[in-house]
Design a binder for this molecule. Structure first.
Ligand code: G3H
Length: 189
């Protein structure tokens, strides 16, 4: 069977600061970047693989040491937090308390001011999913919200649960496999 591997980017400087948005990798994230080629090799051996990233720095940097054909997709960019980009959740709660409450109330449908909702992301991922269905082994180095949507699609999880699926950063380098019949969708974490 062919496999779809999902991995988040390595820990970024913004992850360390508790901010949402794009930045380069932290020292920990760079360790993950260096470890990734061997991690992949251990899991897929010499099977052919194509690596997809977003257009954001933290995924491109994470993939930078991988020797496979690569493709960057704008549609794989992280959920756009609009005016809240580069803020911490505490700052968001202070600056936009009503929005913060609304998001907790209905995280799937809440759309950031000037940004996106999970529902918006699901729609923009449609072409990515169509292309994924036609491909062989793919590794996606992506973002938490994006991987939640893809994972929920392949595992038929309900929309209300989708925004809460845990997609860890590189806490340990062992893959967790979730068997499907025809194809496997695996989270590398
Ligand atoms: O903004 C990017 C985060 O990875 C998504 O997390 O939807 O749980 O706030 P959140």
């Amino acid at each position: 069977p062919r496999s779809i591997y999902l991995s988040r980017h390595g820990e970024s400087q913004f992850n360390v600061e508790g901010k949402i948005g794009d930045s380069l990798l932290s020292p920990n994230g760079e360790k993950y970047m260096h470890a990734l080629p061997a991690l992949i090799k251990d899991n897929i051996g010499d099977a052919p693989l194509t690596v997809w990233t977003s257009t954001l720095r933290r995924t491109i940097q994470t993939a930078s040491e991988l020797n496979y054909p690569k493709l960057t997709w704008k549609s794989l960019d992280e959920l756009d937090a609009g005016v809240c980009d580069a803020m911490t959740y505490e700052e968001i709660e202070q600056a936009y308390p009503d929005d913060f409450a609304n998001r907790n109330e209905d995280k799937f449908n809440y759309r950031y001011r000037g940004g996106e909702s999970y529902r918006d992301v699901v729609v923009r991922l449609e072409p990515v999913i169509m292309e994924l269905e036609r491909q062989e082994n793919i590794l996606i180095i992506g973002h938490q919200a994006i991987l939640r949507c893809l994972y929920a699609y392949f595992h038929h999880l309900p929309q209300v649960d989708l925004p809460y699926i845990k997609i860890p950063l590189h806490t340990k380098l062992t893959p967790k496999a979730y068997g499907c019949d025809e194809e496997r969708c695996i989270i590398l974490s």
